[in-house]
Design a protein around this ligand. Structure first.
Ligand code: LRH
Ligand code: MN
Ligand code: MN
Length: 386
């Protein structure tokens, strides 16, 4: 009984944000597959995100990517979100899709390009003001391809300068999260390649700056849960971009490739108080071959399942076994939780909240997919300039 109370409270606290770009057509550089009914503008993306929330009850916000989601009035877009039962979440900046950024954005050797990039970042804070968003997500594709191409250290100085200016522009209720990525598109030296670099910049900036962990942005074999535990302990975990990877930054559905890893991450979240607020659980995924809305629903369910298992870990028994140096006992406590089938528990949790026990089936039966396929002619690619 005690455990179900803990699990229910944890699941209630878990809010998963879906990304606007997951609802558009996407693919690889070899082929983008088009699908009937995909959104034609940011308004329709938000309508689709609202369906994910309608059937899961756990995805009340949607992240925007600027300028992919450029609209005339952001306050109007926020009103549209509210009317659909959701809200605008993180604002993702985009300083990686302009010819000017070939040699970098905020770390570019050319001050004019740096100014342009910074202008965009500050514009994103304006979007936050207009939409009520509290999180600015910064990811920089900046880096170099060849040894000697640019001064690695000077690029850090330029990065720090831009971050300072953005930080100074944030309101009291706003914060920035800095995302790192090992490589791609820079193949020699990325300017924010790892959590240590992001952490150092955030530490210097102050309490409104935290690190965001995109689960697809590490070298194979990296112990991501260690990073999560460390950042939470330091009060510097800003959030997640959740997705799965088999090889590099694959952006597959969260919990699809390695559900055990997602469980281990969620355990550190639970252990470190990460469900108590201040950590944004965002999906950063693209659905290349599967339908998008059900792909997001499945991902939300996968995160909930991993969280439920993490919440089921018998912390007292685990602490006892750890204290006694009982290696196999401690591991057994962990694996017992992971081995539990939490699907009936989650079905009950949903029914108590007035939701259908199986969100996938409920969405399929709703007729929404057929309706948008008939109504929306000429759906667009995930990332485009309006
Ligand atoms: C970079 C990234 C970052 C971008 C998104 C589209 O690989 O993870 O979060 O904003 O992809
Ligand atoms: Mn990301
Ligand atoms: Mn990525």
């Amino acid at each position: 009984m005690r455990w179900s109370t803990v699990v229910t409270a944890g699941l209630r606290a878990l809010r998963i944000e879906t990304p606007s770009w997951a609802y558009g057509n996407s693919g690889t550089r070899f082929k983008v597959f088009t699908r009937k009914g995909v959104p034609r503008d940011p308004y329709e993306k938000i309508a689709d995100a609202a369906q994910v929330h309608r059937f899961t009850g756990a995805a009340p916000t949607v992240a925007l990517h600027i300028p992919w989601d450029r609209v005339e009035s952001y306050s109007d877009l926020a009103g549209h979100a509210r009317a659909n039962g959701v809200a605008i979440g993180a604002i993702n900046s985009n300083v990686f899709q302009d010819d000017d950024y070939m040699l970098g954005s905020v770390t570019n050797p050319d001050p004019a390009v740096r100014r342009k990039a910074l202008r965009h970042l500050l514009d994103c804070v304006d979007v936050m003001d207009a939409t009520g968003s509290e999180v600015l997500k910064l990811w920089f594709s900046d880096g170099t391809n060849y040894p000697g191409q640019d001064d690695i250290r000077a690029r850090q100085d330029r990065l720090a300068e831009a971050l300072d200016a953005v930080y100074a522009r944030l309101g009291d209720h706003q914060r920035l999260v800095l995302e790192y990525k090992l490589f791609e598109p820079a193949f020699y030296a990325t300017d924010v390649p790892d959590w240590g670099t992001a952490y150092a910049h955030c530490l210097r900036l102050g309490p409104k700056a935290r690190v965001v962990v995109d689960t697809g942005h590490h070298a194979p074999g990296t112990n991501i849960e260690f990073i999560v535990a460390f950042l939470l302990r330091e009060g510097k975990l800003g959030g997640f971009d959740l997705n799965s990877r088999f090889y590099a930054d694959d952006d597959l559905m969260a919990g699809a490739a390695d559900p055990f890893q997602l469980f281990r991450i969620m355990y550190e979240v639970v252990r470190g108080g990460g469900l108590d607020g201040g950590v944004a659980f965002m999906l950063d995924q693209c659905h290349n071959i599967e339908p998008k809305i059900p792909g997001q629903i499945r991902s939300v369910m996968n995160v909930q399942e991993a969280a439920a298992k993490a919440l089921l870990v018998d912390r007292d028994a685990l602490a006892r076994a750890q204290r006694e140096g009982d290696v196999l006992g401690a591991h057994g406590v962990f694996m017992d939780a992971y081995g539990t089938d939490v699907r009936p528990l989650l079905a009950g949790f949903r029914e108590e909240a007035g939701l259908a026990p199986d969100p996938m089936a409920a969405y399929a039966a709703s007729g929404y997919a057929e309706r948008i396929a008939a109504d929306r002619i000429g759906g667009r690619q995930a990332g485009w300039e309006a």
